[in-house]
Write a protein that binds this ligand. Structure first.
Ligand code: ATP
Ligand code: MG
Length: 176
């Protein structure tokens, strides 16, 4: 297989209330890996073992790390939540500046902003330091306007209907 050709990387945002943000980021990751590229996939907030963690054993070019403990509830961020998010930000900054990865996914990082674990300025700073050849995808609900302006591609997943409302919880293999 041919390795990916180095070329300009853009900043993408997948936001909105509809299903598909993390799934889309995983889909692009798969494409990058199958094209011979390397991926750093950071999952903010999440601590519960998602099925996608197992992708790392299939693809040597993938590093996937969770920065959360899965205990995060609603709007009450604890010191531990802040520490996880801060560590995630530092590792992500290293990943985007290093030039080592073709793609860096910051999954749910917009939710970390929403809960006050990280600031918009933290992310703007990270994006300013991005390596020219690295593509960055940010996911999560409620993308702040300043980040929408800083991005090159923004997709808003519109919620038309979701079984969550009917009481269907997140299911393994479908939502995690
Ligand atoms: P996916 O990972 O399936 O692509 P997503 O990344 O677009 O979804 P998230 O915002 O990360 O969606 O949603 C995480 C979880 O929140 C979902 O698995 C679902 O169970 C739950 N959820 C869905 N809709 C709502 C809602 N309106 N309010 C609270 N939780 C919801
Ligand atoms: Mg998600």
């Amino acid at each position: 297989m041919q390795d990916m050709v180095q070329r300009k990387g853009y900043v993408e945002i997948y936001t909105g209330n509809g299903k598909g943000k993390t799934t889309a980021a995983l889909g692009v990751s798969l494409r990058t890996l199958l094209a011979g590229g390397s991926v750093f996939f950071a999952q903010f907030i999440k601590g519960r073992g998602t099925a996608e963690l197992r992708l790392a054993s299939l693809f040597p070019g993938l590093e996937i790390v969770q920065f959360g403990d899965g205990e995060f509830v609603g709007m009450h961020a604890s010191e531990a939540d802040m520490a996880h998010a801060w560590k995630g930000l530092q590792r992500s900054k290293e990943a985007v500046t290093s030039g080592k990865y073709d793609l860096v996914v910051l999954d749910e990082i917009l939710v970390a902003i929403l809960y006050g674990l990280l600031s918009v300025e933290d992310i703007r700073d990270l994006l300013r330091k991005k390596h020219e050849y690295t593509e960055v995808i940010l996911t999560g609900r409620n993308a702040p306007q300043e980040l929408i302006e800083a991005a090159d591609l923004v997709t808003d997943m519109k919620n038309v209907k979701h079984y969550y409302k009917a009481g269907v919880p997140a299911r393994e293999g479908i939502e995690f």
